[in-house]
Write a protein that binds this ligand. Structure first.
Ligand code: ADP
Length: 461
């Protein structure tokens, strides 16, 4: 046995070194000693062999394999998981020969909720590779995917109950196939972005991170939000002018930020307009809820400074978070965001970085003047209840070219005019109807009834 041979040569040498020649002869004669050294030798040889094989494997891995780690802070993380899910589902549909995917037994589910403007919603499930090891073949190369979850350290605030575990996926393949990584990532990105084209992505805060919320929604055309003539255009022009002046701001060292405040009664289209505007400019929305439990000044600051590129930060009902500054504590206000912390977060913007904040309120009169001063709010606009003209335009939007063949274009024009007069007459009495209420009324009624029954809208107010 070669291991034994090694041990019989080694044992006397070590014995000489420690105890001299008499001990050597004793050991040589004693069968127990010989067996002991023999075993020691086998052990040493095995350890050597094991170390050697680990070392060999490490060298082999280093030389022949290449790994890529993506963690869940990176956008590529979701793209990659989505890409894998897409491949596995398309592989399942295709023939076994073309299926590049080894079916995995460790799956996770990702639930996405799509909310439509009319209030209905759909739920989708996507099966993605769960924590564990998976294999797939990409362009002829085998790849190993290891998805690992670190539950001890969490991403985001635990106190908000929204903390997410750190996760990584590690892709490993042969060194010679390393060029495939960029290709694969580009494919994953394109797939991920394709799903968002023509859609509006809404992000919400998860602890201190922004994460897309639900499935991207279909963009709403800007004209579908009917505002007072000129109002929508004014806001649109303002923001476009701002976006075109990045260099102008940089040259003068002025923080590149703009704040908008849309105020007016509920259901007048403030949120709808902001979302439609974001969609028309291919911007995302970051929905910030100042009253969220666990949100403190430092987190708010971090969130505002780290909004994804090309996004509007939307703070709805800003009055609800802070009535008058002095009242904040007396009201027993829950959130730990302080008014001054909020102002600081609004003011603090790293130079060169773009920040666009939209705020909405139903009670502009309750806002602290410190909040609406220029630099924090640069544009303030009233989005009011339906004016007679808005009611007429919305009526046309609803019924023109519609399925109701009994009402032709001429009659529709007369009906629209009648509705306008009704709304005008009521307005003189100080009675108003919201655009949201008109929308609901039009959904429930045919054009003629919509006009004859329009008085109900005012009665029930
Ligand atoms: P607000 O933010 O002012 O409370 P929303 O934008 O949430 O109002 O509107 C609520 C609903 O009413 C939405 O479904 C929207 O389509 C409809 N709506 C409100 N205002 C308008 C408007 N000016 N034009 C078209 N639809 C409107």
């Amino acid at each position: 046995m070669p291991a034994g041979a090694v041990s019989s040569q080694m044992a006397p040498a070590s014995a000489v070194a420690s105890s001299g020649s008499s001990l050597l002869s004793l050991a040589g004669d004693n069968p127990y000693f010989q067996a002991g050294f023999g075993l020691l030798g086998v052990g040493a040889a095995m350890t050597l062999a094991r170390t050697g094989s680990i070392w060999g494997a490490t060298v082999l891995r280093r030389r022949m394999l290449v790994s890529l780690e993506i963690d869940n802070r990176d956008r590529a993380y979701d793209w990659f998981l989505g890409w894998m899910a897409h491949r596995s589902s398309s592989a399942a549909k295709s023939t076994a020969r073309s299926a590049p995917w080894i079916r995995s037994h460790e799956l996770s589910v990702e639930t996405m909720i799509e909310r439509r403007p009319n209030g209905s919603s759909s739920v989708f499930f996507q099966l993605v590779a769960g924590p564990g090891t998976h294999w797939f073949k990409y362009k002829g190369a085998w790849m190993q995917v290891k998805r690992e979850r670190e539950t001890r350290s969490m991403m985001g605030g635990q106190q908000t109950g929204m903390a997410v575990p750190w996760e990584t996926v590690t892709l490993t393949t042969l060194s010679r196939d390393r060029k495939l990584f960029p290709e694969l990532l580009a494919e994953a990105r394109d797939l991920g972005m394709r799903g968002q084209e023509g859609n509006l992505v809404i992000h919400t805060a998860w602890g201190i991170e922004w994460r897309p919320f639900g499935k991207p929604r279909r963009k709403r055309p800007l004209q579908s939000v009917v505002l007072e003539p000129g109002m929508g255009e004014k806001i649109e022009q303002d923001i476009k002018a701002f976006l075109a002046r990045r260099q102008w701001y940089a040259d003068r060292g002025i923080p590149y930020r703009r704040g908008y405040l849309l105020h007016g009664p509920p259901g007048s289209g403030k949120t709808s307009f902001i979302q439609a505007l974001a969609g028309s400019l291919s911007y995302d929305i970051c929905l910030l809820n100042l009253s969220e439990r666990g949100l403190a000044d430092d987190k708010l600051n971090h969130l505002l400074s780290n909004a994804p590129e090309r996004s509007f930060v939307l703070i709805e009902d800003v009055d609800a978070a802070f009535n008058k500054r002095a009242q904040t504590t007396a009201d027993g206000y829950q959130s730990s965001v302080t008014f001054s912390g909020f102002l600081n977060a609004l003011d603090g913007v790293a130079s060169g970085e773009e920040r666009i904040v939209f705020m909405t309120t139903n009670h502009v009169e309750q806002l602290d003047p410190a909040l609406i001063r220029p630099g924090r709010v640069d544009f303030s606009g009233l989005i009011d209840n339906a004016s007679p003209l808005q009611a007429r335009t919305l009526f046309h939007r609803f019924y023109s070219g519609g399925a109701d063949a009994e009402v032709d274009a001429d009659e529709l024009e007369v009906l629209a005019h009648n509705l306008q007069e009704i709304v005008e007459g009521r307005m003189k009495n100080g009675e108003r109807v919201s655009m949201a209420a008109l929308q609901g009324h039009f959904i429930r009624n045919q054009p003629r009834e919509a006009v004859t029954r329009s008085l109900e809208l005012f009665k029930c107010r």
